[in-house]
Design a protein. Sequence first.
Length: 522
Amino acid sequence: MELINKVIAFVFSVTVFSSTLLGGGLLWSDNDLAVWRDRAVNGPYKSAGDSFDPLIPGEWDRIVTNKNSFVSSPTADRVSSYIVSTGTQVDVMKQHRNMLDAAFYALVKEDSTTAALVVTELLWHANAAGMQISPTQYQHSDKNWLRAEWLERILMCADFVKDSFNAGERTTFNAWLSDWAYSYESSIHTELTNGVFGNRYKRDYVTGLGYVTTQSHFNGKYAYKDASGVLHNEISWVAKYYNNRRAQTALFYGHAGIFLDDATLTDRGKLYFEEWLLFSVYPDGSQGEYERNVLTGNVNQGAIQYASVNIGAACEMASALAIQGDNSLFAYSTSNGIWGTESTGGDPNKTIKLTVETFLDLIEHKKLWYHYQAAVSPEYLLDGKSDAGPMTGYQWLTEIYFAPVANRYWKDDRIKQGYMRTASGSIAYSNPIGPAGSYGGLWNSFNASKPSLLFMFAEMENVGTGPVTPPVTPPIGPVYPDGYREATVGGQLVFGLDPVWGAGREFEAVFDGDPSTFYDYK
């Protein structure tokens, strides 16, 4: 019988379908999950060399390795508290990255054992004395944003395994997450209210203006110099307030609002990114973060690294809303602003997509913008590649922070070609790849909170949100097709298929002794 089973499994080429679908999450729909389950078996983004560029590592293979590390020691990353200080920042960055991959693996592979280990760790944090906070406690965003990044990582873990919580566990975790989210939201609100916009909760930017809004410009820094040597967009104090650190913090509490079904937190996450477009994005798509470009390190630091964090956070917030059926942040368009960020004359309105297209224009050399203090010379181009200073030769690929996730909504072929570096003028992927801040590699987002941006989102423009087609996965054992029959003849097992065209002429009729039946006739 064992031999026959093996023969059947070989002869009948079949597939089975993994159809356990969960209704989606913060950044994924059931359609996305179906693709992930297929990619984990068939690729692309499974193993090194199977995707559009040979420099992209084996993303699923890496996830599996990290999952195994977590399973072997699930409590390894526990610490007594998350009070961040200068000496512990790197440790915070590394915490629970293996657990993130384990949670994602559990979702993709329907691994309830691994999911249970993740839930146990999440609940440990939710109950640990050193992990508690008052929802009104102030946290300085320029000092404590790393903890917000860690919390975003924790939140993503919970999103992947949310169906493995029981009701009581989910209540406990939600209450803990809510306290942290409100602590960060109230802190950002304090910083953007005191001296800035006193009535921002009402989206009132006319009354209640503070001293920061009266300071037109910041130390004579500009966004860039064009090919004719003309300086553009002197950076204002207000533009500097909407920086990458606050963007990552706002993303956490905005995502937490959606996860918790908390309309207040959700709206305040959306509010932050509306304000970023209003007051830190210029009509040409440059940003306040451009003032962080430096000649003594990475010429592209502000325009490429930090600006891409802002764009990435905005795209992730907009995508999370869109998954819930709310496209308002993707659709948000404004001509308003202050100290040069307002659109005038023939300027276009400012949108998230404008910032994405501007970024791609830079790395594709469609816009030739240079460091504002430097000569109009190729080594000072803001194009994602350092040709001057100590980072000479390094290239940054940070469009993958935002373009793949958001292009599931836009379905724009130019944007797809942009992050795949196939557009006209694109710089091909090359070594060495610039580090993504202190986190090192760039493949799992600017805050190390996504298992793999490319595995999860690249080339997903046509996935859609309609009926789900389950993914193809190989059979674990022998799979019998419809109509399979066995019979014993002279003590030996024989097998075959019923003919689809003749009811009553089943396989067993071969051996019934009646010559009028189909099989005996044949």
